[in-house]
Design a protein around this ligand. Structure first.
Ligand code: GLU
Length: 600
């Protein structure tokens, strides 16, 4: 305890001393996407956030302290991807105990949620509400936020510093401002119409009714106040006091302009729903692949399970020694089959009897592998694989009664939102942390007076029923977030993850294959083109990939490649057995990220 207090003072003091340097002008001019060094490593999408993570480590904090400090700054500088109005999954590796812990800070539906909550009240046949703008910009889409609970729980259990210490720099930036960059301005521009429907959002992000100019300074004193309340009152300050009341009020009576350009449907979240919220400490999912041990996040995210099924299928192919076309063909087809299962079976484990043992059984993977031919499926109909039957592979004397769906639904709406940060400290602890408010800009609603956007995470439920991922009271919607920690046979430890809706899973898998099968460095694996098949029609790829030799050869064996502007601005950190470290961020997607180490 004494050590904890001493460290608290140390960091508070150093951070105060450093405050004059935390100005927009003091940002390094040349962003670094890859850094090598020692003593700690941080990679995130934002330079200020990465720097605060590093400074937290330098001031004596551990990886958990630095992860929360970094995330708190992202809540200020990347408010359209993450913040206290959203949710998350945090994976922690504690070196001294050689233990991986996962925290589930997923948003939760209110007690008033029900399977028909996304039906259009004006539709006589009960059609679902149009996804955009009606579902995404509504009170009904807002889940009880989990991020503050994760921060408090992570620091209380595994950190060395208090929340008040680690969010101090974020308070400073909220109060004194930060410089608008191209990505920030673009994100406001994409959201201009819906942001202008909410005066509190427009006041913050549409100065003079327009997106802020690049280079202008945005201040958010309301968010500084929110952070201060959280820092002095902890969980209660957010879930049970004035902030909680303001959240419930915003959800129930969306604070729109007098005549919003679209109807904004209210939700039913109450202070009781907020009061009930808890972080869940869950078991990680372990997969063995080519001598690596991979830790993934379990339900309610489909991230770890789907990745694990894909790797189990790929375990039967010798990817490193296949030619690249055959290797990537196998990856694409394994993704297609695993996504059919994901879409059919996965949901909140507290509500749904998910046949997990069957889905992850290597013998089941073998049956799925047997469906992969030499070419992509021949026609449009077969582009959508059917879910398998994992029940006989449950090895369970009283098997699940879950009905096996014949066809799999898709129900995904991809975004480029969310953010992933990765941290290593001098002890070898790691944090792999994905956080989100769902759409870029979440629900579009800033809580008036408190400066943060509310999520629209409940749009991750399936609006069609019956389905394992149908909305129910207090249920957590199925996610795709996939924070991952991998241990290589040679002793390297790697934490990585990505944003991007359900493309998160295929991005994380792609990085994994690049590292484990194709021997790429972490930074090359992150920069490499994405190839994403999610049991949809075609296979999405980074624009330009379709013109490469590999792209053309994949098309020649029947793959329909759909170029996308960008998929998955990922980050990762790697710790070598000798203690040297690499931090790697995205070089160009979403404007490029930032990677730093404590010392060179
Ligand atoms: N809501 C998504 C999920 O939990 C993340 C949003 C995104 O990355 O676009 O999987």
């Amino acid at each position: 305890m004494n050590r904890k207090i001493t460290l608290c003072f140390a960091i508070a003091l150093s951070l105060f001393l450093l405050l004059p340097f935390f100005t927009p002008a003091a940002q390094p001019q040349t962003p670094t996407y890859v850094a090598q060094g020692r003593g700690g490593a941080v990679a995130s999408v934002d330079r200020l956030a990465t720097r605060i993570g590093i400074e937290t480590l330098q001031a004596g904090g551990n990886a958990i302290d630095a992860a929360v400090a970094t995330a708190a700054v992202l809540g200020v500088t990347e408010p359209f991807s993450a913040g206290v109005g959203g949710g998350d999954f945090m994976m922690i590796y504690l070196k001294a105990e050689d233990r991986v812990i996962t925290l589930d800070g997923r948003e939760e539906a209110p007690a008033s949620a029900h399977p028909q909550m996304f039906q259009n009240p004006d539709s006589p046949t009960g059609e679902p509400l149009p996804f955009s703008p009606n579902r995404i910009s509504s009170g009904v889409a807002v889940g009880v936020p989990g991020t503050v609970a994760t921060w408090v729980e992570a620091l209380r259990r595994y950190g060395t510093l208090g929340l008040g210490d680690v969010i101090l720099p974020a308070i400073y930036y909220a109060e004194n401002g930060f410089e608008v960059d191209q990505t920030f301005a673009n994100q406001v521009q994409q959201n201009q119409e819906r942001f202008s429907a909410f005066p509190a959002t427009a006041a913050l992000y549409l100065p003079q009714g327009k997106p802020p100019a690049i280079g202008s300074v945005i201040k958010n004193p309301d968010l500084a106040k929110t952070y201060q309340i959280i820092s002095s009152q902890g969980i209660n300050g957010f879930y049970r006091g004035e902030i909680g009341r303001a959240i419930a009020q915003t959800v129930q009576n969306p604070p729109t302009v007098e005549t919003p350009p679209f109807p904004v449907i209210p939700g039913g979240m109450t202070l009781d729903d907020l009061d009930r919220y808890e972080t869940r400490v869950r078991s990680p999912l372990v997969t063995e692949y080519r001598g690596y041990k991979l830790y993934g996040m379990g339900l309610p995210t489909s991230g770890g399970i789907t990745s694990s099924e894909v790797l189990n299928i790929l375990n039967g192919f010798d990817l490193p020694n296949l030619d690249r076309v055959k290797a990537w063909h196998s990856v694409i087809e394994a993704q297609r089959l695993a996504f059919a299962d994901r879409n059919a079976f996965l949901g909140d484990p507290e509500y749904v009897d998910v046949p997990l043992a069957g889905l992850l059984n290597p013998d089941y993977a073998q049956t799925r592998r047997g469906l992969i031919g030499d070419r992509a499926p021949a026609n449009e109909k077969e582009f959508r694989a059917t879910a398998g039957d994992p029940l006989p592979f449950q090895s369970d004397p009283s098997p699940s009664l879950t009905a096996v769906p014949k066809t799999a639904t898709i129900g995904d709406h991809e975004g480029l939102s969310t953010t992933h940060l990765s941290v290593a400290d001098r002890f070898g602890n790691l944090v792999s942390y994905t956080l989100t408010i769902e759409s870029t800009g979440g629900s579009g609603m800033v809580v008036p007076g408190y400066g943060f956007l509310l999520n629209n995470e409940l749009t991750d439920f399936d609006a069609t029923v019956p389905h394992p991922n149908t909305p129910e009271p207090s249920k957590r919607p199925r996610s795709s977030m996939a924070p991952t920690i991998a241990f290589a046979p040679d002793g390297r430890a790697i934490a990585f993850g990505s944003p991007g809706g359900s493309t998160i899973i295929t991005t994380v898998l792609g990085i994994g294959c690049n590292l484990m099968d194709f021997g790429m460095s972490l930074s090359d694996a992150i920069a490499a083109p994405r190839i994403s098949q999610r049991n949809g029609g075609g296979t999405q790829v980074d624009s330009g990939f379709e013109k490469t030799e590999l792209g053309k050869e994949l098309m020649a064996i029947g793959h329909l490649l759909e170029p996308m502007p960008e998929i998955g601005a990922a980050t990762g950190v790697l710790v070598n057995p000798d203690g040297s470290m690499v931090a790697a961020a995205e070089p160009s997607r979403r404007g490029g990220g930032s990677a730093m180490t404590v010392s060179r």
